[in-house]
Design a binder for this molecule. Structure first.
Ligand code: BMP
Length: 222
């Protein structure tokens, strides 16, 4: 499956309903800070327990010294299969420690390499050679790259053929379902367009259908 749903601004009750509705139609759930801070870790553990077969991602966008990132990863260990960190902080004393810790624990590291908002061009996208060097050195399981700028996905697809690419920015931020998959992403992350829909399951199924249609088109054209 190619859809990951972001849980950000949802109430505890909505989250439980969303997970029940979506468990069999998504690849996983990305749990963001707004949700964890408001609902608490215990609820996230309960959500995971209700849908244990899916990929659960802690999106804390870590950007600290290795020691602190390891402590945060330990806090998420009870429910998260994967942890997202920023790549710009570098390896020695930073991401290297986090990567080693996660590998020991059998958890996945996902690095942000470019972002979906326009300001990503100010720093992240000017630093591509340096970011790519961090990615090459750490060889993380996954990368976050923007569905809103498919050219960045294509670029990192070439630079890191082994990595899973997770692409946010679909729906509320303007990218169409399937665009990022056509550029080489493995999963598209959708938040508000699904979680804010009157019928989230129907919205997720529609997004999946549109992904498939777009993929068929772009494969036929290539
Ligand atoms: P939405 O589909 O509601 O715009 O949500 C997008 C999700 O993807 C949010 O959880 C956000 O934190 C995340 N995200 C993003 O939008 N852009 C990025 O570059 C990286 C992200 O993780």
């Amino acid at each position: 499956m190619t859809l990951i749903v972001a849980l950000d601004r949802v109430s505890p009750g909505e989250a439980e309903q969303l997970v029940a509705d979506l468990c069999d139609v998504v690849e996983g759930f990305k749990v963001g800070l707004p949700f964890v801070l408001s609902a608490g870790v215990r609820l996230v553990e309960k959500l995971r327990g209700a849908c244990p077969s899916r990929l659960w991602i802690a999106d804390y966008k870590l950007a600290d010294i290795g020691y602190i990132m390891r402590l945060v990863a330990e806090e998420a260990a009870s429910w998260a299969d994967a942890v997202i960190a920023h790549s710009f902080i570098g390896v020695d004393g930073g991401l290297g420690e986090l990567a080693e810790h996660l590998a020991r624990e059998g958890k996945k590291l996902i690095l942000v390499v470019s972002m979906s908002h326009p300001g990503s061009r100010d720093v992240y996208d000017r630093a591509t050679p340096y970011i790519a060097a961090v990615v090459e050195r750490l060889r993380p399981w996954g990368l976050v790259a923007p569905a809103t700028r498919p050219e960045m996905i294509a670029l990192y697809r070439r630079k890191a053929p082994w990595a899973k690419i997770l692409a946010p920015g679909v729906g509320a931020q303007g990218a169409e379902p399937g665009e990022a998959l056509c550029a080489g992403a493995d999963y598209e992350i959708i938040g508000r367009q699904v979680t804010g829909a009157p019928e989230p399951r129907a919205a997720a199924l529609l997004a999946r259908r549109r992904q498939e249609e777009r993929l068929r088109l772009c494969r036929a054209q290539s």
